[in-house]
Design a binder for this molecule. Structure first.
Ligand code: ATP
Length: 601
């Protein structure tokens, strides 16, 4: 951390002398940033003369789970605080009241606006877009309009590429719409550069097709908020009046558009406070840029730094300190435990062994990939799981008149969400198929009931079993039979469970989650699962500044309060010695451990 002379060291129990200046709090994991933030909000509520019934503190954090934690900790004080994610905040205070100002300029059908969602891109929408593309006559063999539109694989290439549309800011702080060219790669072949250059011209027209239907993607919330503020600056004044204090936790994962919005809000009247840690920046794939935290500037901003770790045992902190080179955290006096352990062996066996040893205490597994987390949840073996089965299904069952994937994929996602008690999200999946009318909502509920009550009949069978149930008992018309061919082979030979493993459970609160979902949380006992010994480089040659992969693992191990375990299938003697020589972790080979040996060889 680049600590300037003006950076003031504080403790997570400290109060600021003056609540009326912008601030930045920098600190490592477990330092008590969220703890401090909650106390600071209470301080503001207590001392500020600028708050009343309609003037509140805005507190922005990254996930709905974090929102709940902060609300909980605020207790009854939370009436005067609006705690939310940035998307919910902007939707409520900018999009809903003001989108109608600019809706016509963007062809947005405001009468159909109904929240924001993760909008899935359909091939029919891609086709509609191609059919009206400004450059369609310039598209040439092998990617002519007809070839892009009518060859299923090409259509998939365009659709996949369009799914990566993002908004960013250019050097003049103007919004630009981009899509990631590499995402057109299907079956080893991408669209050509020439073709993509021609198509790129009209990306906004593609968004307009959705906006015409009142569909608002999460990213569109940022896009429209920014446009509204730029074109109608009085909206900023309204926000500043309503929120004299604007505090943001986990700032390191903000996107450049969010950062610019906050900077604009903080230009006058509103006090902006940002809290974060650049070494915990793990969302670059969503546009976050770790350098923004330290470079964020507002007039008179003061920097504070917390150098303690109030979460973990000294043994866990020793490992964290080894990995981090910009500063060292101090632990709490006398809070000691066992050295972290690296287990070498099959991860499911490791999980069972640790669970046995912890005898009933809760162990949380953290994995990089969603499919690994799901496999651990469902007790499935293997490291070579196919996380692309939904893509394969769409590709293989992709003839123009097949509506099967459009139904069966939401069904699988819905029932898996339902089994994790995410009923609202489950119904939302099915509403993608049935629509959002009252009838659509009723149909979604009926189908969810059917899928859930018959789960045991298909959960360990080929996908065809589920499809047959849908054909015979869902009441949905027009579900076509199979002829011999690749789609039938896929449905006959692919086990439902394989697809279930690919479902992403948002805000997963189970004991087996991805590292990204563990952000901000802490657990007594943590098991980090790794797929190969290369992934232990974050310990042997750590580089948090340049490697997001290393930061991700740093975040994972810093969730542990008491016991930290890491598992890897194999470990060469050379690398094991390298790690052993650090003296910070014990290494146990599972085979040896069966005879209670902790020896290396
Ligand atoms: N001053 C304090 N007194 C008592 N407990 C504290 C104090 N500060 C922090 N804690 C406790 O330490 C733990 C870590 O705090 P917190 O979650 O706020 O850290 P953080 O900096 O936000 O962590 P991360 O960035 O890793 O998510 C929590 O259990 C919190 O309750």
């Amino acid at each position: 951390m680049d600590m300037s002379l003006e950076t003031v060291g504080i403790d997570s129990g400290d109060k600021l002398d003056d609540i009326e200046h912008h601030f930045r709090v920098l600190a490592g994991p477990g330092a008590g940033k969220t703890y401090w933030l909650v106390n600071h909000i209470k301080e503001v509520l207590h001392n500020s003369k600028r708050l009343d019934k309609s003037r509140k503190v805005a507190c922005i954090t990254y996930t709905n789970t974090a929102v709940e934690i902060i609300r909980d900790r605020l207790g009854s004080s939370s009436n005067q605080v609006e705690v939310s994610t940035i998307h919910s905040f902007l939707y409520r205070h900018i999009i809903k009241p003001y989108l109608h100002f600019i809706a016509d300029d963007y062809g947005f059908n405001i009468s159909r606006l109904d929240g924001h969602d993760d909008i899935l891109i359909s091939r029919s929408m891609t086709r509609d877009w191609l059919n009206q593309h400004t450059n369609q006559s310039s598209l040439k063999n092998p990617y002519s309009l007809k070839q892009l539109r009518d060859f299923p694989e090409n259509l998939l290439r365009v659709t996949s590429w369009l799914s990566s549309i993002r908004y960013n800011l250019d050097v003049n702080n103007e919004l630009v719409t981009t899509a990631d060219r590499t995402k057109s790669l299907i079956n080893g072949r991408p669209l050509s550069k020439v073709c993509l250059e021609l198509l790129e011209i009209d990306l906004e027209a593609f968004k307009r097709l959705h906006w015409n239907k009142g569909l608002l993607h999460h990213d569109d919330v940022l896009f429209f908020s920014f446009q509204i503020i730029k074109n109608h600056p009085f909206v900023l004044d309204v926000l500043r009046t309503k929120f004299p204090y604007f505090l943001i936790d986990e700032f390191q994962d903000s996107s450049p558009i969010q950062v610019e919005l906050l900077r604009l809000i903080g230009e006058k009247e509103t006090i902006v406070g940002i809290i974060g840690d650049k070494a915990q920046s793990i969302f670059s794939f969503q546009g976050a840029d770790p350098s923004q935290f330290e470079s964020f500037e507002l007039e008179g901003i003061k920097d504070y730094w917390i150098n303690t770790n109030r979460r973990s045992t000294q043994e866990v902190i020793n490992l964290l300190n080894h990995i981090r080179c910009d500063f060292k955290q101090q632990g709490q006096d006398g809070f000691n435990g066992s050295k972290p352990i690296i287990y070498i062996g099959d991860r499911l066996e490791v999980l069972h062994k640790i669970n046995n040893e912890l005898s009933g205490k809760c162990l949380i597994t953290l994995s990089w990939q969603n499919i690994t987390a799901n496999a651990l949840k469902k007790d499935v073996e293997g490291v070579d799981l196919n996380y692309k089965l939904f893509d394969d299904l769409k590709k293989i069952d992709s003839s123009n008149n097949s509506s099967r994937p459009r139904l069966i994929i939401p069904c699988i996602k819905a029932v898996e969400l339902c089994r994790e008690k995410k009923i609202k999200e489950a119904l939302n999946e099915l509403k993608r198929y049935f629509g959002r009318s009252n009838k659509g909502k009723r149909d979604a509920l009926d189908l969810l009931f059917l899928l859930n009550s018959r789960y045991d009949e298909y959960c360990n069978k080929p996908l065809m079993t589920l499809y047959n149930i849908l054909q015979t008992d869902s009441g949905i018309d027009g579900l076509s039979n199979f002829r011999a061919g690749n789609p039938k082979t896929f449905y006959d030979n692919t086990n439902y469970k394989g697809l279930a493993l690919c479902v992403n459970i948002i805000e997963d609160t189970s004991n087996n989650i991805t590292i990204h979902k563990s952000k901000g949380a802490e657990f007594d006992n943590v098991l980090l699962t790794l797929n190969s010994e290369k992934e232990l480089d974050f310990i042997t040659v750590p580089n948090l500044d340049e490697s997001e992969e290393h930061r991700l693992k740093y975040v994972a191990i810093s969730r542990a309060i008491q016991n930290l375990f890491i598992t890897v299938p194999e470990l060469s003697k050379k690398k094991a010695e390298l790690i052993e020589n650090l003296g910070l972790v014990d290494i146990i080979r599972l085979d040896d451990s069966l005879t209670h040996s902790t020896a290396l060889n």
